[in-house]
Design a protein around this ligand. Sequence first.
Ligand SMILES: Cc1cc2nc3c(=O)[nH]c(=O)nc-3n(C[C@H](O)[C@H](O)[C@H](O)COP(=O)(O)OP(=O)(O)OC[C@H]3O[C@@H](n4cnc5c(N)ncnc54)[C@H](O)[C@@H]3O)c2cc1C
Length: 96
Amino acid sequence: MICLDRAEQGREGPWLNYARMPTLRTPKTAVGPALGVPALTFRAWFSAQYGAEAWNALDKIPTPMWMAYLCWYRKVLDLPVRNQTNVTDIAFCDNG
Ligand SMILES: Cc1cc2nc3c(=O)[nH]c(=O)nc-3n(C[C@H](O)[C@H](O)[C@H](O)COP(=O)(O)OP(=O)(O)OC[C@H]3O[C@@H](n4cnc5c(N)ncnc54)[C@H](O)[C@@H]3O)c2cc1C
């Protein structure tokens, strides 16, 4: 499996590009892409760096911070993403 993205590494998605809202809309407590693993949550990532007090004080997640979390998530899971690769077509292979 591989994920192709035309953006350069760390610039995928809307967060550092066309996102105009300074924060996410989703509450900070939503589990996001953590796959049910507490150590992979935004909360774990945030609290490890800034502490429990900062977590309690945080309202909505700033969009650049969400992008930083996603970059960390990609790194710790060693996700197979190939950047700066533009998908121009999709086709079935011979065996379907
Ligand atoms: C300001 C803002 C706040 C938001 N807040 C929330 C929120 O709180 N909660 C929520 O759930 N959602 C929110 N969203 C919506 C958010 O955009 C999506 O939830 C999320 O980004 C969807 O992820 P995705 O990977 O499906 O698509 P995207 O994040 O849009 O990623 C698509 C990727 O595909 C790449 N790509 C596109 N075309 C090609 C191609 N032809 N070849 C190769 N690569 C290509 C792009 O470079 C991009 O990196 C918000 C959006 C904005 C702008």
